[in-house]
Design a protein around this ligand. Sequence first.
Ligand SMILES: NC(=O)c1ccc[n+]([C@@H]2O[C@H](COP(=O)([O-])OP(=O)(O)OC[C@H]3O[C@@H](n4cnc5c(N)ncnc54)[C@H](OP(=O)(O)O)[C@@H]3O)[C@@H](O)[C@H]2O)c1
Length: 267
Amino acid sequence: MVLQETFILKNGVKIPKIGLGTWQIPNGKEAYNSVKWALEVGYRHIDTAMAYGNEESVGRAIKDSGIPREEIFVTTKLPAEKKGYDIAHECFKKSLEALGLDYIDLYLIHAPWPWDRIGLDCTEGNIESWKAFEEIYDSGKAKAIGISNFEPKHIRPILEMCKHVPMVNQIRFHIGERQEETVEFCAKHDILITAYSPLATGRILNRKEIVDMANKYKVTAAQLCIRYCLQKDTVVIPKSTKKERIISNANVDFIIDDEDMKVLDRL
Ligand SMILES: NC(=O)c1ccc[n+]([C@@H]2O[C@H](COP(=O)([O-])OP(=O)(O)OC[C@H]3O[C@@H](n4cnc5c(N)ncnc54)[C@H](OP(=O)(O)O)[C@@H]3O)[C@@H](O)[C@H]2O)c1
């Protein structure tokens, strides 16, 4: 069952292949219930971020689940606009507090640049943040550390200075968006890819080619999109606030054959 399968990061830490995404789920009842349902049906990996504003509800749902902490993999992120050594330490502490946890499984730099200034060169800031990340990792408060939305040009400066190579790069990855150069670069450095927006935030689910192929496999378009990412050896973190979808999105124990993978690669 895919829900129980894991990848192993370069430092030996296991990361469940499927996680629940929580972007755009408001703090409070919605975030609490989404995480609660996901854990009830067997998810053991939750993806949040300080910027999502829902760490408090995510953490409460984790605690209330009664599932031993070490069985749940929690990712959170340093906000994209917060760059630097002190601010990284500060934000990490705040995330721990908001989540009500003693440690994070995976801490990520959310993006190489602030969202309102995409493309800005923040190399120095990212390097300073990474120094803090390495200390956090060495302290055991984060079991793994990584990056998000980083392209090779953003990763290289980190590789040149780092003691610990990032373990994960979380990037936009779905049918029609494969970021081949980044994926290849990460593979070379043993950096695992997490596919975010695997359903393109819902935008590709009505695409005829995807719907037709989903019908052929007797699955939903969402299941086909999620399975596609898994067969590309990425972790995948679909988001939903609906219990039936949270269940069906993880029910992806089928195989897309090689020919059909090639068809999807061309979309
Ligand atoms: N690192 C980053 O910069 C970054 C950026 C974006 C996303 N992420 C992470 O990746 C996660 C997933 O990405 P995402 O939130 O952009 O979107 P996504 O998972 O690609 O798609 C979610 C959208 O599809 C709908 N949906 C989910 N399952 C469905 C199903 N079975 N049938 C029909 N519609 C379905 C959801 O609506 P309902 O909720 O109504 O079901 C929602 O509108 C995020 O939540 C976040 O954790 C990270």
